[in-house]
Write a protein that binds this ligand. Structure first.
Ligand code: NAD
Length: 366
């Protein structure tokens, strides 16, 4: 099959890690008889330098015309880069917010997977880690508290701030459907997280999730209060498959979940809309401190490309092959600098490699 991928290399380490993800996609194409056509789009600092704005309308149209978008990270050093002398709406991050909005990306997916070989980076005790964990946090991205009406005013001489948390049933249903769809491709379990003992928006969330669950008889589901979920993530992370939740709870829980896996250089992510379309990017930033040195870990971006294969193109076998190759490379004891073992250095013989070599090693194992 032929697939059109819009590619945003971005800033900092973005172009370095995206080059490796493309290398891996081309290996997949070769091996499985597909073709990926790439159209490069400028966004962030790279677009400011050429067009004076972080995202042009033409770039948005190109992204919309593609089957999916693969992205590095955007932005520069926020203290020293001239991009941050510009007004907020002209800065690199404004391009990403505009793109997410234009593409109506309402569902954010962040996997938290513990690699056996990187266990040492996990701050949890061995008896809690058990046989490891493999979960997916599905966070609603365009509603809730972050998008509700807000104001700060003085009432009777007292400064008072108000934020509103609004969800309508359609917003809940569409993300719940995406969550159950994802569960069908995994271990078929959904934990829907809310605060239904207090919030009306959570009670509606629960009702709609129950309704959606009726269409997925193979998927088992449960409700969990957000405070309990925060505890369970560090008490028994192995119990989770898909965690489905609203915007603010997801913001906090996804950071907690990623923290227990270790390195930022391993964390992929996806943002999806109602169709098969998605934007795939590493969870970390553009790491200006190591840009241009050839040492960035490309695995987060490579795993984001694997998510693109699975969720936008339904190429599950191909995605499995990429994920297995990443596991194998770790098993063969190759590491980029960020995931080099800190302790027990002498016990495990690991080889430190650069960005491009890591990409090559993964390709060799596909
Ligand atoms: P960062 O994630 O870029 O870096 C934090 C630390 O993690 C740094 O020490 C960096 O070297 C390291 N790191 C990150 N990715 C790595 C990788 N793949 N391999 C090895 N090490 C890696 O966060 P920051 O320094 O706070 O932000 C830098 C810039 O990135 C800012 O302009 C910020 O706004 C932007 N940013 C962009 C996105 C995005 O594009 N979605 C997300 C977060 C931050």
């Amino acid at each position: 099959m032929n697939y059109n991928v819009a590619v945003i290399s971005g800033d900092g380490i973005g172009p370095e890690v995206v080059a490796e993800a493309k290398k891996v996609l081309d290996k997949v194409a070769d091996k499985f008889g597909h073709k990926f056509n790439y159209e490069h789009i400028l966004m962030g600092g790279a677009s400011i330098d050429v067009h004076g704005v972080p995202l042009t309308d033409e770039a948005i149209e190109s992204a919309k015309a593609a089957d999916a978008v693969l992205m590095g990270s955007i932005g520069g050093n926020t203290s020293t880069s001239p991009w941050y002398q510009l007004p907020p709406e002209k800065r690199p991050e404004a391009g990403l917010l505009k793109l997410r909005k234009s593409l109506n990306l309402f569902a954010n997916l962040r996997p938290a997977y513990l690699y056996e070989e990187l266990k040492e980076a996990c701050p949890l005790r061995n008896d809690i880690i058990g046989s490891g964990f493999d979960m997916m946090i599905m966070r609603e991205l365009t509603g809730g508290l972050y998008f509700g009406e807000r104001q700060t005013k003085e009432i009777d001489g007292v400064m008072t701030a108000v934020d509103t948390l609004t969800y309508n049933e359609n917003e809940i249903r569409r993300v719940a459907v995406r969550g159950f769809d994802i569960a069908m491709k995994r271990r078929k379990k959904v934990t829907s997280v809310d605060k239904a003992n207090v919030l009306d928006s959570s009670r509606l969330w629960r009702k709609i999730v129950e309704d959606v669950a009726k269409d997925y008889p193979e998927v088992s589901y449960e409700h969990m209060l957000v405070d309990n979920c925060a505890m369970q993530l560090v008490k028994n992370p192995g119990q989770f498959d898909v965690i489905l939740t609203e915007n603010m709870f997801g913001d906090i829980l996804s950071d907690e979940a990623s923290m227990v896996t270790g390195s930022i250089g391993m964390l992929s992510s996806a943002s999806l809309n109602e169709t098969k379309f998605g934007l795939y990017e590493p969870s970390g930033g553009s790491a200006p401190d190591i840009a241009g040195k050839g040492i960035a870990n490309p695995i987060a971006t490579i795993l984001s490309a694997a998510m693109m294969l699975r969720y936008s193109f339904d190429l599950d076998k191909e995605a499995d092959a990429v994920e297995a190759a990443v596991k194998q490379v770790l098993k063969d004891n190759y590491r980029t600098i960020d995931i080099m073992p800190q302790a027990d250095k002498d016990k495990i013989k690991v080889t430190q490699v650069g960005t491009s070599q890591m990409g090559d090693l993964i390709c060799d194992r596909i």
